[in-house]
Design a protein around this ligand. Structure first.
Ligand code: KG4
Ligand code: ZN
Length: 325
């Protein structure tokens, strides 16, 4: 078997670990979501997330190794998310990974979370080969870039305010859908009429995005309706709001294809799990990772480690987490 890589991801509210082989085959991919724990607060509470990672990291890694049918001694490389993310949460994964490397003499490879999302495309039997145009849409980021080769990302556009996932989450909250909002809004929208309301899609220059306006428009729509009417309008609002966000993403992707002449388009990050976006992308012939690899996971981190810069063995204990890029 090709060399095995253990990937560890704890940047937000998923404690995740995976084993992949160096040719990109996923041997195991274990994700323990803390969503229920944070639901009562309406969003991720950083300190609560860190404490939960501390409890979960060991059993999640053990489960990933067990599902892959391997022991720690067979792992060639430990990959871990270094940033961006919640710094306390990141430190749990990073410290745990350092401990593993200290105990076993395995090499530590710190990985950027965003490179991880892009590297989700280099897993499994249908890997996307560069060069391609890549949209990364997650809870914290919305970026357009060119990927001329594996391990690179040349930025060509991004959001000026909220990330697309953040817009989904905040919209869901306004509609009383709780946390995590994106998937709940997606489900509700499936029973609604996307043309019931025309939410504005902000026009900004170049290949950038802006999602704060559409969120404000939803806020006003919700206020205008009041509690009673909101109940019957909720699904239509969700579908129309989702349509506005998805159209903005698709328009930019099409524009970027025109400008760059790129023939292959790929979309990564949690928002790539959105059903309306996936339908629109299919129409464009764009590629997406399987659903289990779109939202945060350890396999994408292990995948990115194959293209990450080397850290000298002697220096790995000094590697620190970073909250933003
Ligand atoms: O990539 P990810 O798991 O974590 C970050 O790196 O942020 O992305 C999480 C984001 C959240 O904002 C979540 O609401 C959104 O992705 N998301 C979705 C869907 N599934 C996850 N948004 C819309 N529709 C979905 N089905
Ligand atoms: Zn992510």
């Amino acid at each position: 078997m090709a060399d095995l890589i253990l990937g560890l991801e704890t940047s937000c509210d998923e404690t995740a670990a995976a084993v992949i082989s160096s040719d990109g085959e996923v041997q195991s991919n274990v994700i323990s979501s803390q969503a229920e724990l944070h639901a009562r607060y309406g969003g991720v509470v950083p300190e609560v997330a860190s404490r939960r990672h501390l409890e979960l990291v060991e059993p999640v890694v053990a489960e990933a190794l067990s599902q892959a049918g391997v022991g720690l001694s067979e792992i060639e490389m430990v990959a871990v998310t270094q940033g961006p993310g919640l710094v306390g949460a990141l430190l749990v994964g990073l410290s745990y990974a350092k401990g593993l490397c200290w105990a076993t003499g395995t090499r530590l490879v710190p990985v950027d979370h965003l490179d991880g999302h892009v590297a989700s495309l280099f897993l499994g039997p249908e890997q996307v080969e560069p060069p391609f145009l890549c949209l990364l849409a997650s809870g914290g980021h919305t970026l357009l870039g060119l990927v001329p080769e594996r391990g690179t990302f040349e930025f060509i556009g991004g959001t000026l305010d909220d990330a697309a996932g953040e817009a989904f989450d905040k919209g869901a909250r306004l509609l009383g859908l709780g946390y995590p909002g994106g998937p709940a809004l997606d489900r509700l929208a499936q029973g609604g009429n996307a043309s019931a309301r025309a939410f504005p899609v902000a026009r900004v220059d170049g290949l950038d995005f802006s999602f704060s306006g559409v969120k404000t428009a939803l806020l006003y729509a919700v206020r205008e309706l009041g509690e009673e009417q909101l109940d019957s309008a909720r699904a239509d609002l969700a579908a129309s709001y989702q349509h506005a966000i998805v159209s903005a993403l698709l328009q930019r992707v099409e524009q970027a294809v025109d400008q760059t002449g790129m023939e292959t388009v790929a979309v990564v990050g949690g928002v790539a799990a959105n059903s309306a976006l996936r339908a629109g992308l299919e129409h464009l012939g764009a590629r997406t990772a399987p659903l289990s690899l779109c939202t945060d996971n350890g396999a994408m981190i292990a995948s990115a480690a194959r293209y990450a810069p080397n850290v000298a063995r002697a220096g790995y204990l000094a590697v620190d987490a970073y909250p933003s890029r």
